[in-house]
Design a protein around this ligand. Structure first.
Ligand SMILES: [Zn+2]
Length: 464
């Protein structure tokens, strides 16, 4: 990177919204974190500003007339001035004990500046290694170390260690694909084989741009699991029996599934705009996205039917009828979310629950048409297992392609009422979140989202 390189606004916006995290997730596990070397100038430890900028994936602007270097990184603006001990961080003035120096045309900042950099738990940060020889980057959520897997044939415990352990969550619950996700970057390696006699048969890491997702194949004799998130450490307990165990998701027959006909349901339309955010209308995005996914699938020989192909209102029953008449193998109703909080982000794949009576959050579905609900429920229940698998496949694909975080939730939402096929209502991104909005409001971003959805559908078909 050369001094004075200008970065277009869009690239800068992307850069400030987590490209650093993406770069980390793509780096080889165990490759070790990027570092910058500390050097001494007249006995004072210094680190190169270019190196700091590189670690933070920053953009630099050199103003030769005033000998100032501005680094923009992670939403912050830091101004260094040659031969001056004052560094400006956003609106804050930081006075260092020694001046910024120029060595061979590159600015060096005293090491004491590193801990004074702005800190935000959602962003990468820099830390000085023990011994002070290097500055190292710590990604958002910190590092996740290799899981410890131990126990017996009655109870197996998988311990995950990392700063983000408190936010660990089970994101896939079928026996062959028990998945746990936690924030951070994987800094360990998984064993090639596990000791015999445990309830876990294998472990692997799923590709994903957002946090670490580990998948475990669980022995058939296991009765359930329990995740205990904690400070710095999360434990996944898999046991034959015991109190407070959660059940595995029921599984359909093994082997590839049929995927001849996909019905895509672009949410809303006509006077029903759906979520509005910053001039965007959900109904327009769902239609544009449906067209892209349809093109992707048709290229692969899958027949696609859209419940609407222009900007019109279509009643829920009419959408279901289109899907049922098309003899859909799966139905994906495409939506975008909106929340009062601008911080809420990501995607949610909603699938009908396997048993309604056990789902406390089901009031929302029941409130639509209470009397007529039963037949819909029966229809939805028939496909619940495959629908759940589809929801998980879609969520995994979205995560893997940097469209996360993606959650799976069980609830029969209105768009799938009456649909006689495995179905998912996919809230593809959150339009009220600036980062999500930026991602889906350009052609490349929407195409990437479409590719992720196609990948999810194909993964569901392969059933591996
Ligand atoms: Zn919607």
């Amino acid at each position: 990177m050369t001094i004075g390189r200008r970065i277009p606004r869009l690239a800068l916006a992307l850069l400030l919204t987590g490209v650093a995290a993406l770069a980390f997730a793509q780096s080889r596990p165990g490759a070790g974190p990027p570092t910058a070397t500390v050097r001494k100038l007249d006995g004072v430890p210094y680190v190169g500003v270019n190196d700091l900028s590189r670690l933070l994936d920053g953009a630099k602007y050199w103003r030769a007339d005033v000998r100032k270097l501005v680094v923009r990184a992670q939403g912050h603006r830091i101004t260094f001035t040659a031969d001056n001990p004052i560094v400006i961080v956003d609106d804050r003035t930081v006075r260092l004990a020694a001046p910024v120096r120029s060595v061979g045309g590159e600015l060096q900042v005293p090491l004491e500046f590193v801990p004074l950099l702005p800190r935000d738990s959602t962003q990468a940060r820099l830390t000085i290694e023990a011994g002070g020889a290097r500055v190292r980057i710590v990604p958002p959520g910190g590092y996740v170390s290799a899981p410890r897997i131990e126990g017996s044939a009655n109870e197996t415990r998988i311990t995950l260690t990392g700063e983000g352990a408190g936010a660990a969550a089970v994101v896939g619950r079928d026996r062959a694909h028990l998945r746990v996700r936690m924030p951070g970057v994987f800094a360990g390696s998984l064993p090639d084989s596990l000791p015999r006699g445990l309830l876990v048969r294998s472990a692997r890491r799923l590709p994903g741009a957002d946090g670490v997702t580990l998948e475990f194949a669980v022995a058939p004799e296991a009765g359930g699991f329990r995740l205990e998130p904690g400070s710095g450490r999360a434990t996944l307990v898999i046991a034959r029996e015991g109190a407070a165990l959660e059940a595995f998701a029921p599984e359909g027959p093994a082997g590839p599934r049929a995927l001849r006909v996909v019905v895509l349901d672009p949410g809303h339309g006509g006077t029903d705009t759906g979520v509005r955010a910053e001039g965007l209308l959900e109904k327009d995005l769902t239609l544009a996205l449906a067209r892209l996914v349809a093109a992707d699938l048709e290229r692969r020989g899958v027949r696609v039917t859209l419940t609407r192909s222009d900007d019109r209102a279509v009643a829920t029953e009419a959408r279901a009828e289109i899907a049922n008449r098309a003899r859909a193998d799966v139905v994906v109703s495409l939506h975008f979310d909106g929340y009062p909080s601008a911080l809420a982000r990501g995607a949610t794949a909603w699938c009908p629950p396997a048993r309604f009576s056990e789902v406390p959050g089901d009031a929302r579905a029941a409130s639509f048409t209470p009397a007529a609900m039963m037949p819909w429920r029966d229809v939805a229940t028939r496909h619940a297992v495959e629908g759940r698998a589809l929801a998980e496949a879609l969520a995994t694909a979205l995560e893997g392609r940097g469209q996360g975080p993606a959650r799976v939730r069980e609830r029969l939402l209105k768009p799938l009422l009456g649909v006689n096929a495995p179905g998912v209502t996919l809230e593809c991104a959150t339009l009220t979140n600036a980062d999500d909005r930026a991602r889906v409001t350009n052609d490349a971003g929407l195409q990437a989202l479409a590719a992720a959805i196609t990948e999810g559908l194909l993964a569901w078909q392969r059933h591996d």
